[in-house]
Design a protein around this ligand. Structure first.
Ligand SMILES: Cc1cc2nc3c(=O)[nH]c(=O)nc-3n(C[C@H](O)[C@H](O)[C@H](O)COP(=O)(O)OP(=O)(O)OC[C@H]3O[C@@H](n4cnc5c(N)ncnc54)[C@H](O)[C@@H]3O)c2cc1C
Length: 476
């Protein structure tokens, strides 16, 4: 082959791809990473969905909008008077864009530091040859490179609703939802998953009247029922209008906004007129432009790249990771798979434990969990014990002025092994790590109950919930 030869070529520079490239380079391989994402000036913007239109910008706006809400409502309780509170949405969105750029630049720096060759453009398979696979890069850098190993990490795209395709003006995906130029008076969301709830929270805090339309009869079906029930109560109290069990009908978009016809849970015909509509009904694996056919790379019925438990595809030395394969669509899952695949290429025993992948919803209160829910344990017939502790009884939460929610432990009835930990409350996105570590080390609830936790800290609620398993909480 005359093409420039690499040991490993990674297609896609999202959290899966860029981390795989860095780990492979650390292991001594000559690595290339191809990514096509463009910044507003047409330059490279590695980091994928997560950095550009996902995890990072959503958290930037969640933080800004939470500050705004606190200044308007929560500060008064602390004796802080705010007069003339105003919103400079342009500045808020600009700050978010700046946070994104810092992350894009950080990844380009990491590529340089680790001697990963970066190619800006779309990578597509050309053919399999003696030295591996030929891959054409187009739309930025124009050249053909070859890799002995190829890691596909091309991510996912927002799923659109038939008859209401995204125009990013009135009908918005996560991309458009992160850059609405003026706070809409009325906003509707179709889909009450993680992304929908986070986006809805941002715009509600900034002043929009938000209605969430969910087809399923249950709220947050993947979340532990007790936690989901609490979340529904709190979000409703905050002003989110959540309608479950609806059937969305015709959607008409015009200069006046969007009209959404739907049938409510009782069978009543409803019509909702809003300024903007966010559709967040899931994501589809992205293999557009990859030319999977050119080399016979197998996809499954969902359009995801078919892989085994080790992320091996049907082709020798071609691997796939992250949102483009089975499993939860989470940035940290993609990263773990990236590290594991790089280590497997190096002959090591890369490992991803799917049972201890944490989930977080960054609403306020935050929701976080790891392991099995109570309804899953019931369905599996496993005997378990449950214990919970409310933040209402936690000194640090009282001092913060944020006592909503609880920590809940589920442990095996006989061995006391922790089977699941579920949280709703302040900063639980950070607290969940302790539960992940505990489960990774196969800890018992009593292990956590016997560990000294700093006082006053929110983490004491974790210890107390572990104590609650044996009905011996000390502060409740
Ligand atoms: C609004 C929102 C909020 C989210 N918040 C969170 C969160 O808080 N925590 C969390 O864990 N997850 C979150 N996610 C999910 C997370 O973003 C994804 O799970 C993660 O980005 C998947 O990483 P990936 O590397 O598989 O793919 P992506 O991040 O999608 O990256 C794929 C990259 O490949 C590039 N690409 C595709 N095809 C080609 C090609 N042929 N050639 C070259 N480049 C190509 C794309 O341009 C992209 O840059 C969120 C998602 C959204 C939409």
């Amino acid at each position: 082959m005359s093409a420039k030869q690499f040991d490993v070529v990674v297609i896609g520079g999202g959290p899966g791809g860029y981390i795989a490239a860095i780990r492979a380079a650390q292991l001594g391989f000559n690595v290339a990473c191809i990514d096509e994402w463009k910044n507003p000036k047409g330059g490279p913007a590695p980091g994928g969905t997560c950095t550009n239109v996902g995890c990072i910008p959503s958290k930037a706006l969640l933080q800004s909008s939470e500050h705004f809400e606190h200044a308007g409502h929560a500060f008064a309780d602390h004796g802080i008077q705010v007069q003339g509170l105003g919103l400079d949405l342009g500045k808020m969105l600009g700050r978010k864009d700046n946070v994104v750029k810092q992350n894009n630049d950080g990844i380009l720096y990491l590529f340089k530091k680790n001697k990963v060759s970066f190619f800006h453009g779309r990578g597509s398979f050309v053919k399999a040859g003696d030295g591996g696979y030929e891959i054409k890069v187009a739309g930025g850098s124009e050249e053909t490179i070859a890799g002995k190993h190829v890691i596909v990490a091309t991510g996912s795209n927002a799923r659109s609703l038939k008859g209401a395709e995204f125009d990013e003006k009135n009908i918005l995906s996560n991309d458009g939802a992160l850059r609405i130029g003026a706070v809409p008076k009325k906003l509707a969301l179709i889909g009450s998953g993680v992304i929908g709830l986070e986006m809805g929270s941002v715009w509600r805090r900034l002043g929009a009247e938000v209605t969430v339309l969910e087809a399923l009869p249950t709220f947050l079906g993947a979340v532990d029922e007790q936690i989901a029930k609490e979340a529904l109560k709190v979000f409703t109290k905050q002003g989110l209008k959540i309608e479950l069990g609806v059937k969305v009908g015709e959607i008409k978009s015009s200069d006046a906004g969007v009209q959404v016809a739907y049938t409510d849970a009782k069978g009543g015909e409803q019509s909702l007129q809003v300024d903007k509509l966010i559709v967040s009904i899931g994501r589809v694996p992205n293999t557009i432009g990859l030319a999977a056919d050119a080399v016979g790379l197998k996809l499954d019925e969902r359009g995801a790249i078919e892989v085994d438990g080790d992320c091996k595809t049907n082709l020798p030395n071609v691997w796939a990771i992250g949102d483009v394969v089975r499993g939860p669509m989470l940035a940290h899952k993609a990263e773990e798979e990236g590290v594991a695949v790089a280590e497997r290429i190096a002959g090591q025993h890369g490992h991803v434990n799917f049972n201890t992948i944490p989930w977080v919803i960054y609403t306020s209160p935050e929701i976080a969990w790891v392991g099995q829910t109570e309804q899953q344990l019931k369905a599996s017939g496993r005997a378990y014990k449950a214990g919970s502790f409310p933040f209402l009884a936690n000194g640090r939460a009282r001092a913060l002025g944020d006592t909503t929610g609880m920590v809940k432990f589920l442990a095996d009835a006989a061995t006391d092994e922790i089977l699941g930990v579920h949280m709703i409350g302040p900063q639980v996105s950070e607290l969940i790590s302790e539960a992940v570590v505990a489960m990774e080390f196969k800890a018992s609830a009593e292990d956590i109950a016997r560990i000294c936790h700093a006082h006053p800290s929110l983490s004491e609620a974790t210890k107390e919930a572990a104590l609650a398993i044996d009905k011996r909480t000390l502060n409740f």
